[in-house]
Ligand binder design. Structure first.
Ligand code: BES
Ligand code: ZN
Ligand code: ZN
Length: 480
């Protein structure tokens, strides 16, 4: 997108886009641009679209944003329109938005940018790649707010980051190795201004990250831990306000407790938590947030090999605690055990939040409507719920009462990684992680297994959703 922001309609010829909330259609405004409009079959319902072809004038596209009190879903309406109808845009798109609240500029920026996401990046015939409009395509946005430019550009920045995160999550695991994730983070850090340190296998050995190493043992691709730090200029703080940790399993076969082959290909998305964390770092620096934040990504493949960890094995961890492996498919909590313990010890952040595509149990509980939220801090939990609700990347809380402690009891080690029972799996996983936060008073775990990857109207099969960075951006703003 080649973005141009105006206070009034540009004289240039182009396709005019007029978005309206449901039942708030301004027929006068439509008439100004398209002539008579009272008999239109259009009420502004979510994703409704209508093209008007006034004689000798610019083409006019009407877009329904849905109900005003659900304006946080408007980005989707813009994305849907640009994805499906971009051929009608012609040489230039003029988006008239002055009749809408300025916040909608963010939604428009996100939606139009996300319509550029190319799912078919590996097709040899790029014309068949996907509904996509060109990167240099001129888009004129009209709004009189003095912040119009920065609001729209913020939307574009969020959309760009989400597209990058979707590209990573959708990327097949033969290309997306742990080292590749590290390289991406390094490049992003350089470009946007956050520090990145890659701990390779020998560094992990020195640090004592035995749980990450144990999970990585069965793969030809060595694991890495990615450490990122963003600190705004002029902010005097020794310890970060926020520490993030992300599960970065680049492919989850289940290990020796191997998964069924049904849908195993989707397990390339088991680094959705890592993507959310990298994306949050990217947004914090791009948008120059006034918050000191550290991000840890634990990246590894969970593969099947003679060297793979076995059920019954007892492994060590960065924290020093021993872990009995019951099921090698419960690998995410193992790598995060080291990530969380390292985060706490090395950085002592005031708040710790981890994100992971952790359990099928969470998907069975919530479906695809929200992520699971687990926390020992009510204020933090409420803040995260509110932040997610605001941008329609919701999380909902489940308990982590001591009643569930038995699930991680081991007779032979300090803890075990699975209870062996087919019940309360998402909660048991959170209880396991809690141990490795080492009694940090303000920690939250987000299980995003159901929301990071799913069906979408833009693909026939499941694909990345870009969930996470925007939720975290909103959350970071609320604590900075
Ligand atoms: N990566 C999976 C969880 C998952 C399932 C993510 C479906 C996305 C969609 C995780 O590593 C896993 O395999 N969890 C097991 C844990 C069990 C063995 C204790 C699960 O949820 O079945
Ligand atoms: Zn697994
Ligand atoms: Zn997994």
């Amino acid at each position: 997108m080649n973005i141009n922001i105006h206070k009034s309609s540009p004289k240039k010829k182009g396709c005019i886009l007029l978005p309206f909330f449901e039942d708030e259609v301004d027929h006068q405004l439509i008439a100004t641009h398209a002539g008579e409009s009272s008999e239109l079959d259009f009420n502004g319902g979510f994703k409704q679209k209508l093209t008007l072809y006034p004689v000798a004038r610019n083409k006019v596209l009407l877009l329904g944003l849905g109900k005003r009190n659900k304006s946080n879903q408007a980005a989707d309406a813009f994305r849907n329109l640009a994805f499906k109808k971009h051929k009608r845009f012609g040489d230039r798109l003029i988006v008239l938005m002055d009749h809408l609240p300025e916040d909608l500029l963010i939604e428009a920026g996100i939606g139009l940018q996300m319509a550029q996401y190319k799912i078919g990046a590996y097709k040899t015939d790029q014309d068949k790649a996907s509904g996509f409009f060109a990167a240099k395509y001129p888009v004129h946005v009209v709004h009189t707010s003095k912040d119009a430019t920065s609001l729209f550009e913020e939307g574009v920045a969020i959309g760009e980051t989400r597209n990058q995160m979707m590209r990573l999550v959708d990327m097949p695991a033969d290309r997306k190795t742990p080292a590749y994730l590290g390289k991406y983070a390094q490049q992003s850090g350089k470009k946007h201004g956050f520090k990145v340190k890659i701990h390779n296998k020998s560094a992990l050995k020195k640090l004592g990250c035995e749980a990450i190493l144990a999970v990585g043992r069965g793969s030809e691709q060595p694991p890495v831990m990615i450490e990122m730090e963003y600190k705004p200029k002029g902010l005097k703080s020794k310890k970060p306000k926020l520490g993030l940790a992300g599960k970065g399993i680049t492919f989850d076969t289940g290990g020796l407790s191997i998964k069924g082959s049904n849908n195993m290909h989707y397990m390339k998305s088991d680094m959705g938590g890592a993507a959310a964390v990298i994306g949050a770092m990217e947004l914090a620096s791009k948008l120059k947030l006034n918050i000191h934040v550290v991000g840890i990504v634990c990246a590894s493949e969970n593969s099947v090999d003679a060297l793979s960890i076995r059920p019954g094995d007892i492994i060590g961890s960065y924290s020093g605690k021993s872990i009995e492996i019951i099921d090698t498919d419960a690998e995410g909590r193992l790598v995060l055990a080291d990530g969380l313990a390292y985060l706490k010890k090395k950085h002592q952040p005031e708040i710790m939040v981890d994100l992971a595509t952790l359990t099928g149990s969470c998907v069975r509980t919530f479906g695809y409507a929200c992520g699971g939220l687990f926390s020992n801090d009510d204020d933090l939990a409420n803040r995260l719920m509110k932040a997610g609700q605001k941008v329609r990347e919701r999380v909902w809380r489940l308990p982590i009462w001591d009643d569930y402690s038995g699930d991680i009891h081991s007779d032979v080690a300090d803890v075990r990684n699975f209870s062996g029972k087919p019940i309360n799996g998402a909660i048991a996983a959170a209880k396991f992680l809690e141990v490795f936060t080492n009694e940090h008073p303000s920690w939250a775990h987000l299980d995003i297994a159901g929301v990071a990857f799913g069906s979408s109207e833009y693909t026939k099969m499941k694909a990345a959703t870009g969930y996470g960075p925007r939720l975290l951006l909103n959350f970071m703003r609320s604590i900075s």
